[in-house]
Ligand binder design. Structure first.
Ligand SMILES: Cc1cc2nc3c(=O)[nH]c(=O)nc-3n(C[C@H](O)[C@H](O)[C@H](O)COP(=O)(O)O)c2cc1C
Length: 223
């Protein structure tokens, strides 16, 4: 018997707008500088790096811009918003949000891919989230520099179009982290995907919405 059910496109879709996180503060982000490195060199040199030098928020902006900003969006015929970004997405719904936090504050941010800002989220339980963040950094055990990247799926939006959508969310987070590992190579940064999904912590981000933690990574500067 199959462990997972295959996703199926629903015949009748419902419409749900993006999850509305409680946002209280927005930081405008910088844009990336063009690098003189070929695509082939990026591809052939990419590797996971487990040591992270401090990285500025300006560099983080460049990384997020290239890996996951919204290039364009439109409401599709089913009434759901479809987006184009630099990685593929089930149904073009782009239901995965990138949540970011560093070790030097207890703030949590969502990357606003349409405005290219980091929006601070009012979270329910900072202590619990702090424990989660520490546990992620402890997986690599190489200091505190860098940013935790947490892939969180807006499950209800993905479920507007699909029955059994869980595996789509996990596959999409894999695609996103693969693109992020290439972008970090291009920008001369350190990046490592982690095995943790943070599934039990997502309720701290929003109590109303059904969210799914579908992966984590750390990005930081290179020594
Ligand atoms: C889904 C996934 C989970 C991973 N989890 C971890 C992890 O928890 N700790 C770690 O050190 N590396 C982790 N990695 C990185 C792999 O160990 C790494 O990609 C692999 O050793 C190949 O090395 P490379 O990325 O340098 O080619 C993960 C990679 C993937 C795709």
């Amino acid at each position: 018997m199959a462990i997972y059910k295959d996703p199926k496109i629903k015949l009748i879709t419902s419409i749900k707008e993006r999850v509305a996180y409680k946002v209280r503060n927005s930081i405008e982000l910088a844009y990336p500088n063009e690098q003189k490195i070929s695509f082939l060199d990026v591809l052939e040199n990419r590797h996971s790096t487990r040591e992270f030098a401090p990285m500025s928020i300006s560099d983080l902006g460049g990384f997020l811009y290239l890996s996951c900003r919204t290039r364009s969006s439109e409401r599709g015929e089913l009434g759901l918003v479809n987006e184009k970004r630099n990685y593929p997405s089930a149904g073009a719904l782009h239901s995965i949000d990138v949540i970011v936090s560093d070790n030097f504050s207890s703030n949590w941010y969502i990357y606003n891919s349409r405005q290219h800002t980091l929006d601070e989220i009012s979270v329910a339980d900072r202590e619990e989230l702090q424990e989660f963040k520490e546990s992620c950094f402890n997986i690599l055990g190489n200091g505190k520099a860098g940013y935790l990247i947490w892939y969180v799926c807006d499950f209800e939006r993905l479920a507007c179009k699909y029955e059994f959508p869980e595996t789509l969310a996990f596959r999409e987070s894999g695609g996103l982290s693969a693109i992020q590992s290439l972008v970090s190579e291009y920008l001369n940064m350190s990046f490592c995907t982690l095995g943790a999904n943070g599934s039990q912590y997502v309720t701290c981000l929003s109590e109303q919405s059904k969210l799914l933690g579908v992966g984590t990574a750390i990005v930081g500067g290179k020594f």
